[in-house]
Structures are given as C-alpha cells and as structure tokens.
Design a protein around this ligand. Structure first.
Ligand code: SAH
Length: 248
C-alpha cells in the first residue's frame, strides 16, 4: 500500500472541538507522530496503531521521521494541538520536504484544519476578534526578539487586535513583560487585555484587565493573550470588537 501523511490538530482540548474529519484521519492512521502530551489526548483507535511520541523542541526531526514512515508505506498522522498550521507542525513538514529527499515531494501529504487556540479563547469571552486582528508568537526559539518587537509595533500602529501565542515559558519568563512595556508606549492604558487559560476545555479561565494595570505573571504556556484594538470594549461580562470603525 502506498504511504500517506496527514498533518492534523486536536483542537484546543475538549474532545468535541476536534473536527470529525480529523477524527476520521486519526482512525485511518497506522502511525501517530507528535509531542507526547498531544498524543495522550487521543483515544486508542485500533490496537495496531503505533505511537511515536517526542519532546516539543525537535519539530524538524519529527517531520523527517513522519516523512520517512510515509515513504516506507505507512499511513502517518502528524499530531499538533489546535490547528496544525498555526505555530505548529504543518510548516515543519513542508520545510523538511523542501530540504529533504526529492522523492518526498511525490508523497500524498494533506493538512486537516483544526480549531486554533485564539478562536477558542475569543469564544470564551465574546467576540474580541470581531475586527481586524493579527497573531504573533512570542517564542524566540525560531526568530529573533527584534523581529517580534517589530511585529508588535506594526500590530499596535495598525490598531489590530493582537493575539499572543506562546506568551511565556520557564525558559522565557520576562518576554511578555517586555512586550507589554512596548505596547504601553504605543497604545492607550485603557486598552482591554485578556488572558485566556485552557480555552476550549473544562478548566478554561479568563482574566480581563487593561494595559495600564496588566501583570504579565498571570500568563503561562497554556494561556492565550489578547490585546484589544482601540475599539475593543466590555459589555456586561463579554468583550467584543465591533466590525464598524468608530472614533473612541
Ligand atoms: N497549534 C496551536 C498553537 C501552538 S503554540 C493552535 O493552533 O492552537 C502553543 C501556544 O498556543 C500556547 O503557548 C498557548 O499560547 C496557545 N494555546 C494552545 N492551546 C491553548 C488553549 N487551550 N488555551 C489557551 N491557549 C492555548
């Protein structure tokens, strides 16, 4: 049988936020490749299915391993959290294809979309992404902090709602604070800031504050931070960004 590779995402956490197409692709797979905790979220489909768990830092090695398995005739699913194309494995797979064995370009490679953290986080609080928005990963493992600062500045100057992925980790405790310092120089102190932890799970928790009073220590690696645009506002217990532009 010819091999195949599907890159998929489990969604933010709750089983019913995994799409039926993703579930079906998982059931078809002979081999699952991914970061251990993501694989642990997936119930065993059939006893013959092999799991290749790895740690989180070696995305390209994991992509090459998955491509080799597919080239050897296996039906491989590469598993990410959320959506596989958002700060996750899909780009690593294509990077490995670009630099790797030319035969990999002939493989049957597909990507299944998933519910990314920013959408689950927005839904926990209302509609903060209702206007134009951007997403920035604060991790500087794969890009420089100078690039991150340039993009934060552009997001603020464009008055986008800014979704911050990877806001904090043990290796990078200070960067979110530095990001807020930068944003405070460019945006109003009353700008809404949301910390949504474990969005789309039973343990979801929201902290809503403003840029002038924000405490970066609230965020951990399971938190998505949303910094509002000038129009983002609170209504009752909800937060939304109107689609209509208006002066504030
Ligand atoms: N591919 C994933 C993102 C991977 S980057 C996706 O599409 O969601 C990892 C970062 O995503 C975390 O540091 C955190 O900022 C965010 N994240 C992932 N799941 C989350 C959740 N359930 N709630 C809040 N943030 C989450």
């Amino acid at each position: 049988m010819t091999g195949s590779l599907v890159v998929l995402g489990t969604g933010p956490g709750k089983a019913d936020l995994m799409t039926p197409a993703t579930r079906a692709a998982l059931d078809r797979a002979t081999d699952l490749v991914g970061y251990g905790p993501y694989l642990d979220r997936i119930p065993v489909s059939h006893p013959g299915q092999c799991r290749h768990a790895s740690d989180n830092r070696v995305e390209l090695d994991r992509a090459r391993q998955a491509l080799s398995l597919a080239a050897a005739g296996r039906q491989v699913a590469v598993v990410s959290g959320g959506d596989p194309g958002v700060f996750a494995m899909a780009a690593a797979v294509f990077e490995a294809v670009e630099a790797g064995d030319p035969a990999w370009r002939q493989l049957d490679i597909t990507v299944e979309p998933g519910v990314t953290a920013m959408l689950a986080a927005a839904a926990e609080v209302g509609a903060p992404l209702g206007g134009d928005f951007c997403a920035i990963s604060l991790s500087d493992n794969l890009k420089s902090w100078a690039t991150i600062e340039r993009r934060l500045t552009a997001g603020a100057e464009g008055d986008f709602v800014i979704a911050l992925y990877n806001p904090a980790s043990k290796a990078r405790p200070h960067q979110l604070g530095q990001a807020f310092d930068l944003l405070r120089k460019l945006k109003d102190a009353a700008t809404v800031v949301l910390f949504v932890r474990a969005a789309g799970t039973a343990e979801a928790r929201v902290v809503s504050t403003v840029l002038g009073e924000v405490d970066a220590a609230v965020a951990d690696m399971r938190t998505l931070v949303i910094v509002g645009a000038s129009t983002t506002r609170q209504v009752g217990r909800w937060v939304y960004t109107p689609r209509r532009e208006r002066s504030t």
